[in-house]
Design a protein around this ligand. Structure first.
Ligand SMILES: [Mg+2]
Length: 253
């Protein structure tokens, strides 16, 4: 485990650094209505600046189309944007039917105030607005998934029912790290899905600094695997400071 100051110095000296970040709860503050989540303008600006000096990747469970819309300037500069946990969003007609049938089972929860999000290859039940229905939502998601041959993935105040398929944030990181010889990795995430990413970074043996974003919902396993737990505002300030430093001390890539 190292300190942020030491990590920052290594990152600033690195010739091929990777800065890989989760979206919700890490770049974008968590919102009750997931569709309203957005990255603060100053943070997005810092990422665009950073992308001139390091490889920037945003890896999220969100659909790729949502990320591209939110991160347009980053897409334009060639940053890596990975949606749906690195899983294919292309599903068969038969899988689409099973997902639709599953989604119908959740309608009464939607009526009760649970936010139901349809994604290209999954349905997410967000119960942040109705925490009292959490147990019922999770149980229904699990039994419905089993019935229709789907799989579930838990997240912060949400449970997702997905078409079965390969891929995780871990396999995304593995592929990124195999593609280029990075000499430093900074990773930040806040949720269970980020755990595999941190593990993949550690397995790679590339010098790294992994940050968990603090919240009352931070999974203990993620906190334990990371070098530091920081507030979202602190992470954002650091990204901005890093962008300023690199832009005044280094030529672009
Ligand atoms: Mg997240």
């Amino acid at each position: 485990m190292s300190t942020w100051d030491a990590a920052r110095r290594r990152l600033e000296r690195a010739t091929a650094a990777l800065v890989a970040l989760d979206f919700d709860g890490t770049l974008a503050p968590i919102t009750e209505e997931p569709a309203r989540a957005t990255v603060p303008a100053a943070v997005l600006e810092a990422l665009v600046t950073l992308a001139r000096y390091v490889h920037v990747a945003v890896i999220s469970g969100r659909p790729r189309s949502f990320l591209e819309q939110q991160l347009r300037p980053l897409v334009a500069i060639g940053a890596t944007i990975v949606g749906n946990y690195g899983r294919s969003e292309a599903i068969t007609e038969e899988e689409r039917t099973r997902l639709s049938l599953a989604a119908e089972r959740f309608e009464h929860l939607r009526a009760a105030g649970v936010v139901i999000e349809r994604k290209p290859s999954s349905v997410v039940l967000h119960y942040r607005t109705r925490p009292d229905l959490a147990d019922r939502a999770v149980e229904l998601a699990r039994t419905t998934a089993e019935e229709y041959g789907l799989v579930v993935q838990a997240a912060r105040q949400a449970i997702e029912v997905l078409a079965p398929g390969a891929g995780s944030k871990g396999s995304v990181l593995e592929a990124l790290l195999a593609r280029s010889s990075f000499d430093f990795v900074l990773f930040a995430g806040d949720d269970l899905g980020d755990l595999e990413a941190v593990r993949a970074v550690r397995r790679s043996r590339v010098p790294s600094y992994c940050v968990a974003v603090a919240s009352s919902e931070l999974p203990a396993q993620l906190a334990a695997q990371c070098d530091e737990v920081v507030r979202q505002g602190t992470l954002h300030r650091r990204l901005r400071a890093l962008a300023t430093h690199l832009s005044t001390s280094r030529p672009p890539l």
